[in-house]
Design a protein around this ligand. Structure first.
Ligand code: NI
Length: 164
């Protein structure tokens, strides 16, 4: 496994549509493992292949809950329900955060690392992370959807206000 360079906003690859994965070959498995390692190294909760410069429909997500790590190819949102406003950032958009309207619950179908079909019923942060990463596969960044940007100072104030 290896940590890969995360592509930053301004690079054209982030705005392109990724191609589906037809075969889970060694190259794709290595990509999935490198993406997981890169995501953890960068303290992210999700990463999409275009963020490491590869236009294939592959994502990794780990929001730190009991589900652990998802390594998914060809993920699709097959249903969504409700609404939530999430505070998002992106490893490709460093130093910025914004409030984004997202569904509250989503059902995602995909293939896992073993090539088996999986269906994920997600809500809260996991739903947000899956939506955010799947958007990357279509060249969409959270800043395209945000209803407002949140400044760093506001974030820090928010943290101070939280009970400890
Ligand atoms: Ni992102």
């Amino acid at each position: 496994m290896a940590i890969r360079q995360v592509v930053k906003i301004g690079e054209e690859v982030l705005r392109k549509k990724s191609r589906p994965v037809d075969v889970l070959n060694r190259r794709i498995l290595t990509l999935l493992d490198d993406m997981a390692e890169t995501m953890y190294a960068e303290d992210g909760v999700g990463l999409a292949a275009p963020q490491v410069g590869v236009l294939r429909r592959a994502i990794t997500v780990d929001v730190g809950d009991e589900n652990g790590l998802f390594q998914l190819v060809n993920p699709q949102i097959v249903s969504m329900e409700g609404e939530q406003e999430s505070l998002e950032g992106c490893l490709s958009v460093p130093g910025r955060h914004g409030v984004v309207p997202r569904p509250k619950r989503v059902t995602v179908q995909a293939l896992n690392r073993a090539g088996r079909p999986v269906q994920i019923e997600a809500e809260g942060l996991l739903a947000v992370a899956l939506c955010h990463e799947i958007d990357h596969l279509d060249g969409i960044l959270y800043i395209d959807k945000q209803i407002r940007e949140v400044e760093e100072e506001e974030l820090l104030r928010g943290k101070e206000a939280e009970p400890t």
